[in-house]
Each structure stands twice: as structure tokens, then as C-alpha cells.
Design a protein around this ligand. Sequence first.
Ligand code: HAM
Length: 415
Amino acid sequence: MIPAIRGTHDILPGDVEKWQFVERLARELCERYGYVEIRTPIIEREELFAKGTGESTDIVQKEMYTFTDKGGERVTLRPEATPSMVRSYIEHNLEHTMPAAKLYAMGPMFRYERPQKGRYRQFHQLDIEAFGMQDPAVDAEVIDLAWSLITGLGIPQAELVINSVGCATCRPVFQKALLDALGDNLGNLCGDCQRRSVTNPLRIYDCKVPADQPIIDALPHSIDYLCESCATHFTGVKTHLDAIGIIWRQSHRLVRGLDYYTRTTFEVLGQTLGAQNALLGGGRYDGLVKQLGGADKTGIGFAAGMERLVLALPESAPIAAPGRAFVVAIGEDGRAAAWQLIRELRQAGLPAQMELEARGVRAQMKRADRLATRVTLIVGGDELARGEVTLRDMARGEQRAVARDAVVTAVRELL
Ligand code: HAM
């Protein structure tokens, strides 16, 4: 046996229905909010993520699946979708053909992390990105879509956390204040924080080391250093959220682990996932399109971890497979008639099966039960002679004869 690679997993029947439920709602919501699907390659040039995700991030420093291909090119299995979406937006001139582009994508991402519940090396994201719009209403609409996904899935006790990390004007002022406040304490922080103080001081807020927390708790908050336009923007986002009754909590520690964020950042946290409690996260990245060689266009989006959404689904999630019909054949005549009948049902758009390898009636009935069949049709010599089949409504435990040419209609009514 050659087992699957650590941190990757098969999604088996029984679980895949949950995935389909999540994917169905995700697509439906994206379309409802005016997003259109885009599919980009899983493999990209390494430099796209080095520049896009950011050299100072854990993702680029430690977690990328990067290798040299047979042509000598350095390529990376995408660790996130945002840089690919931005690349595609620039490469295909979408700023002209789709002004105010609202795009979504779903698919696998790869990060070489330490696997644990809710954290994998191959995982899947729903990613949405909105380009070229600055109004706080856009931030609020993106957050509304994220929140609607959580509530639509019936995930209980989730919490929306928001923050603003400022822009190229006010961020440096805040960073300086942060480093000034740290002062001599910098040497008392963990090695990671000392490194972050040089590469991206905001990320000190990501630190989980217990001994560092008293020092970090005393540091200044980005929202107290926002320039006037960032402060107005953030107030606008909150006003728009309040107007539609979305409840948020502001946290100065929500700086997010990627380098490109400006202004609004947000996450939705779940209660059932232990340490990996972020169901989704995102924010605005107003400098990224330009940084990757495009026009000076703004962007905002989020990505939800599909594995985490599936794990957080409530027991009551409506994931039951749709009703099915099963045709039980008695004798050789019955088998020939059943063969025609399943074809007829399928052509009419109804899910129908029979036992293709000849079996006794009892074995066929057992299989109908195992498949959680909604309707069983029994086709045998006697019934056929009368131009009928027997229809058993498995949910109600009732049975009746139905004219052969009325079977499709009768089954359709029950499925
Ligand atoms: P991120 O916070 O790195 O953001 O990931 C978003 C979500 O993906 C997380 O909240 C989590 O649910 C899921 N996730 C991340 N890593 C793993 C993993 N190893 N195993 C399972 N699930 C995971 C981004 O990726 C940004 N591109 C989001 C974004 C889009 N920002 C703007 N636009």
C-alpha cells in the first residue's frame, strides 16, 4: 500500500456530500452578489508569491512547495489565490474589459505547514476578490458575503472580527510608534518577533508566545494612528455593516499574516476548531495590483478554508443525498423490463438504479435499502402481464400498483 502524502486527504463518499453542500451554497452566494468565476493554474512562477504574498511572510519563508521544473524554471504550487487572481487581472487587461471586476475561484492550495485538525498541506479555499473599487460600501459588501456564507451554512457561534491597518501614508507613522514603544523590550521578545520588527513590525501582533504577551499588550494600536482618509474609510465600513445588522468586534491584533494588506482587515472565527479557528480571512490590498506590474487599482477580498467550513457544519446541515429510485426485477422477463425502465427514468432526469448482476429478490431489496432508496419499483411477470409495476414508497412504507406508462410521472412526484 502506498499511502497518501502527510497533510493531504481523500474526501470519501459520505463526506463529499458535505463538500458539495458547501460548494453549492458558496457558488450560489457568489453569483447572487455579482461575482463571476475565474479559474487560474495551480502552478505559478515562484516570484509571483515572493513579490505578491510577501518575502517576510511565513508562507514565503517556510511553507511554499517550490521546485525547479525540467525546463529550469522555479515554480510554486500556489499557497493562496490572491496573487494569481491579481496576475490574471493584469495579464488579461480585465481592468478595461471588466471595470469593477468581482471574481471568485475555488480550488486546492498548498502550504508546507505542520498538519493538525483544520490545518493541512493541501487544503481548499473559496477565494473572492473585488478590484478597482474604493468605497467603504465595497468592504462592507465583501464582509456581508463572507458572513452570509457562514450563516447560510448554519455554522453556530461564529464571530466577525475587523480592524484597519492603515495605508502607505499612515502605516510608517504607526510602525515607528510601535518600535518606539517597544524600545529596550525588543530584546525580551521571541526570535520571530525580533525578526518581524525588521521585516514587518505589525506582524508582532501575530505572536502567540505566552511570555511575549504582556509586552505586546502594552503596544499602540493601528487605529489610533490612521490618517484622516483611512479613519473616515474605516468608519464608513462600520456604518455600512451596522446598517444591515452585521455584528462585528474590533480587534487591534488582527493584522493578518500576509504583507499586502492596507486599511480593512477581517476574519470570521469559529468555536469548534480549536487552535485553527479562522474560518475565513481577508482584507483590502490597495497597492498590490501596481506592485505586481498593473495599473494603480485597489483590491479587496477574502478566502475561506473549505475544510474548516465542512468541519464546522452543524449536524442539522441539509446534506442528505437526493431521493433515488431502485428497480427490483423478478425473473428474466422482469430483468429485461427493468433494464428498459431504468433507462427511461434516467432519460427523464431521475436517478435510478437496478442490480446489474442477476440476484435474488431478497438481495435486490436489501441493496435498495442500503442505497437509502426513496422509491422501489418491482417488475415481474405477473405485473407485466397486467401492464403494471409495483411501486413501493419507502418513506411511508406503502405499496401500490402503477400502470407501466405512468411510472415516470409517479416516481417524479415522489423524488
Ligand atoms: P489566509 O488567512 O492565509 O488568507 O487563508 C484564508 C483561510 O484559508 C484561513 O482563514 C483558513 O480558513 C484557510 N487556511 C489557510 N491555511 C490553511 C491550511 N494549512 N489548512 C486548512 N485551511 C487553511 C489568504 O489566503 C488570503 N489570500 C485571503 C485574501 C483574499 N485576502 C484578500 N483576498
